[in-house]
Design a protein around this ligand. Structure first.
Ligand code: BGP
Length: 477
């Protein structure tokens, strides 16, 4: 059996919009998601997990179950309801109380400034396609660094630039719901990286204690077959989702190989990218200043060459086998390999996580350290009188932690793992039936129930030994 290091963080992850609920309380400003979800009418971010009121319960549970780190995000629109201007005292105070509670429970907060929830005023003014909004983000970051410097040691600028930009401009599953606009997609990713870089440079200039990094969703792309077309397709898809952002983060420039693939994608799809000298200057400056990289990883992709028209069907209901993802001149995601997948068609392939960590170490040797900031299994948990036997989730976590332990023994500097999610939360494009938590949330009563995985995680955190699910002797404490 494999071990994890003594000083390892055994964390749980959340995000403001998915956990807090209370979207109309405390003078919070609206976010684009509020309007987007109202129009869809499927579900809303109220009540979510009511973390706005229940955070003391979740942190008490964390402490009791060996969770010694938590990812939370600040809702920008609680602090600045319109994205800029005068701070809202109730919002500012809420996060002071939250961080103090984390300290009280010995749970280290890793705080994200932007987890998909730009204030609506700025979002409808172009979000990060509008360069003025970069400055609003940096001003908000500066306020947060100053205000919470006594309580927060670990800062994350952005959560997942690829998924948020592709949700907005490629798949249309995020507001403003635009599809197949590759120009906007890549421009948004670049501009968000500039915003990240400016915030990092500022943080270091402010000379306050603590560390700063970024979280990328990094999912390995493998060719479907060994033929040259599929290898090329997997490479182009990888550049779009992974390499473009890794280059920006750690090289502070886009390599020729990266730009070849990006220009190919833009040419085929009639898009353009504008990059200014000033942007590249700040990317370069920040590239040596990141204290850590957060990797979010849930699945891997197997890509086959594809030259037909763009076509995407998002499986947002858990009807296994309904996903379609084919991009013109890039590639098509394949699902018919002998690899298990979740009901949402996410391929369970822990080797992909291992390969990605090793790749970061080899290709971006200035990465300093890695936290796995999200990994976990969306599952339709069976609630049986308060007992939730979620063995498939334990198995999923176990296999991925083994990949982490193996990467560590192969020289990758990994310092922690945050399970997505600490407790069940609201899922952006799937609603409430896709559960990930260690703690089951009854969304009507807001009661929490530790799942079998929580007992397993507690043992793991105490022993640092990655055991099979059968090691959990009892579901009662
Ligand atoms: C990541 C996001 C999280 C979370 C997770 C699970 O991309 O950072 O916010 O939602 O994915 O995704 P989903 O809820 O779509 O299953």
């Amino acid at each position: 059996m494999l071990n994890l290091p003594e000083d390892f963080i055994f964390g749980g992850a959340t995000a403001a919009y998915q956990a807090e609920g209370a979207t109309k309380e405390g003078n919070k400003g609206r976010v684009a998601w509020d309007t987007f979800l109202e129009k869809q009418g499927r579900f809303s971010a109220d009540p979510a997990s009511d973390f706005y009121h229940k955070y003391p319960v979740d942190l008490e549970l964390s402490e009791r179950f060996g969770v010694n780190g938590i990812r939370v995000s600040i809702a920008w629109s609680r602090i600045f309801p319109n994205g800029y201007g005068t701070p809202n005292p109730e919002g500012v105070e809420f996060y002071h109380k939250l961080f103090q509670e984390c300290r009280k429970r010995n749970v280290e907060p890793f705080v994200t400034l932007h987890h998909f929830d730009t204030p609506e005023v700025l979002h409808s003014d172009g979000d990060f396609l509008n360069k003025e909004n970069i400055q609003h983000f940096v001003d908000y970051a500066e306020f947060a660094f100053k205000e919470y410097q006594e309580e927060v040691e670990y800062w994350i600028t952005f959560n997942e630039i690829w998924p948020v930009s592709s949700g907005q401009y490629l798949t249309g599953t995020f507001p403003p719901g635009i599809r197949f606009d590759f120009g906007k997609l890549i421009q948004s990713m670049h501009n968000m990286m500039v915003a990240h870089a400016k915030a990092v440079v500022l943080f270091k200039k402010m000379n306050i204690s603590g560390e700063i990094g970024i979280v990328h969703s990094l999912e390995y792309r493998y060719p479907y077959t060994d033929n040259e077309e599929d290898k090329k397709a997997a490479h182009i898809d990888d550049v779009l989702a992974n390499q473009f952002l890794l280059d920006a983060t750690f090289k502070g420039s886009y390599s020729d190989d990266t730009m070849l693939a990006i220009n190919h994608i833009l040419d085929i799809n009639n898009g353009t990218l504008t990059v200014e000298d000033e942007d590249m200057h700040v990317l370069k400056q920040a590239s040596e200043l990141n204290d850590f990289l957060g990797i979010n990883s849930y699945q891997s992709s197997f890509i086959r060459a594809y030259d037909g028209e763009n076509e995407i069907f998002h499986n947002g209901t858990g009807d296994k086998g309904t996903s379609v993802f084919r991009l013109k001149g890039i590639g098509e995601k394949m699902f018919d390999m002998d690899i298990p997948r979740t009901d949402w068609d996410w391929l369970i392939y822990p080797k992909g996580l291992y390969d990605m960590m090793v790749r970061v170490k080899n290709d971006y040797p200035n990465y300093k350290k890695i936290y796995i900031t999200e990994n976990g299994m969306g599952y339709k948990d069976d609630f049986n009188n308060g007992v939730i036997e979620d063995e498939p989730r334990i198995e999923y976590i176990r296999e991925h932690l083994e990949a982490v332990a193996k990467a560590i023994s192969d020289g990758v500097n990994v310092k922690g793992y945050f399970l997505w999610s600490l407790m069940d939360v609201f899922s952006w494009s799937n609603g409430y039936n896709k559960r990930y938590g260690l703690f089951y949330v009854d969304f009507e009563t807001q009661e929490r129930y530790p799942k079998k995985s929580a007992y397993w995680f507690k043992e793991l955190s105490e022993t640092k030994i990655i055991q099979p699910a059968t090691s959990v002797s009892s579901l009662k404490e």
